[in-house]
Ligand binder design. Structure first.
Ligand SMILES: Nc1ncnc2c1ncn2[C@@H]1O[C@H](COP(=O)(O)OP(=O)(O)OP(=O)(O)O)[C@@H](O)[C@H]1O
Ligand SMILES: [Mg+2]
Length: 376
């Protein structure tokens, strides 16, 4: 399912420029991943991350809301520090800045859909339609990966045709698009397209043969949930807690500065009996909240659709917490794993180390870069 918010901005690629950069501007840090294609395989050339806090006098790990100037400065620094050579970039747009609605349309006729969806979408979007960039995509029907138009309409009990299509509608506020264009203009990168981060994420981690997975992206300020079946997003949810809340709780409870609390969080193995009980308690406050809400979303999805979610996949910087996996396994009845975004990517010897650990915080950047490889 190619979501093509993007096509509007598509530039022409110079054919010889074969390195592509995926850019993820998160609340607390920017991540970049540069890929190239070799013998039809995606090969990692470089990757890196830079904290945004210091660009406004704040600590590493803090969720920020910076101007396009500051973000462009940080991105430029990151590209320099990571020896990025690619010019063509794919930039992920935060889930927070997008409005996603799943709507049911009474037809599967593509022409009718094209006319009806923008009108129907107005009901779901709380701002004037002229203020958003609207895109939509048909959700494949059961048992078919690439549906849709040829699906036989079912009949109701009276023999009347029932011809319904689920459509995922995505709206992004024009202000967000403008801000991202400004950031792009202030760097030496060319933005080939924008993509909402959830689509980048699932490209990096899953494919059409994947089982049903609930991705839990634990960021700094928020946690994003996506229920994905065979590579298609079926449900999304935002939790207003993130890993930063753990740091704040430690900082408040133990009266230590944010930076010290951040270090304590990163150093503590929450599944070890050797670790400081106070710190573990503070971590549990937030993690329990996130996992409880995620569980609710998972169970209500299973109940509503009569389906089973096979795996919970943790990603984002929050999934780097030591001992998070055994803790999560106790919270979910479903199997839990840490997402490994570099698993679809090969690496030369000097970058092999990155493939040995999961690196769940690079999921969005890898997925955005992978799309560029696929489309060129
Ligand atoms: N090694 C680590 N151990 C524990 N927590 C970590 C570690 N590294 C990063 N984090 C935490 O992960 C969070 C950042 O995660 P991530 O980089 O995925 O967020 P983001 O993408 O900037 O934010 P968002 O997705 O909300 O926009 C921070 O709260 C940070 O403290
Ligand atoms: Mg993020």
């Amino acid at each position: 399912m190619a979501f093509s918010i993007s096509n509007i901005y598509k530039n022409l690629f110079p054919p010889k420029d074969q390195s592509f950069l995926g850019v993820d501007i998160g609340a607390s840090s920017i991540k970049v991943v540069q890929l190239t294609r070799r013998h039809s395989r995606a090969v990692l050339e470089t990757y890196g991350e830079i904290a945004l806090g210091p660009y406004d006098g704040k600590e590493m790990g803090k969720a920020m809301n910076l101007s396009s100037d500051k973000i462009a400065e940080a991105l430029t620094d990151l590209c320099r520090e990571s020896s990025v050579t690619a010019k063509q970039s794919a930039v992920a747009i935060p889930f927070l800045a997008s409005l996603v609605s799943l709507i049911e349309m009474p037809t599967s006729d593509p022409k009718q859909l094209a006319q009806m969806v923008p009108i129907e979408a107005r009901k779901y979007i709380p701002v004037p339609i002229s203020e958003v960039l609207l895109d939509w995509s048909i959700v494949p029907k059961e048992g078919k990966l690439y549906p849709t138009y040829a699906d036989e309409p079912k009949q109701d009990q009276r023999g009347n045709k029932i011809d319904k299509t689920d459509v995922m509608v995505v709206a992004i506020h024009n202000d967000t698009v403008t801000k991202y264009q400004e950031i792009g203009a202030k760097t030496s990168l060319i933005t080939a397209f924008y993509e909402i981060e959830m689509f980048s994420t699932i490209r990096a981690l899953l494919d059409q043969n994947s089982k049903s997975v609930m991705i839990v992206d634990i960021g700094a300020g928020t946690t994003k949930l996506y229920v994905v079946e065979r590579g298609v997003i079926r449900n999304t949810h935002l939790i207003n807690r993130g890993s930063q809340d753990i740091t704040l709780a430690i900082s408040n409870a133990l009266s230590v500065p944010f930076a010290d609390a951040e270090k304590m969080k990163r150093d503590t193995d929450i599944s070890s009996s050797q670790s400081d009980r106070n710190v573990i308690g503070m971590v549990a406050l937030t993690l329990d909240y996130i996992f409880a809400e995620a569980n609710q979303v998972l169970l209500s999805y299973e109940k509503k659709y009569g389906k089973t979610v096979d795996q919970v996949m943790l990603i984002g910087g929050g999934a780097l917490l030591k001992g998070i996996l055994p803790t999560a396994k106790k919270s979910f009845q479903t199997d839990v794993a840490i997402g490994e975004p570099f698993s679809k990517v090969e690496a030369p010897a000097f970058l092999q180390d990155v493939l040995k650990s999961a690196n769940p915080e690079f999921s969005v950047a890898v997925g955005a870069a992978l799309r560029m490889l696929q489309e060129t």
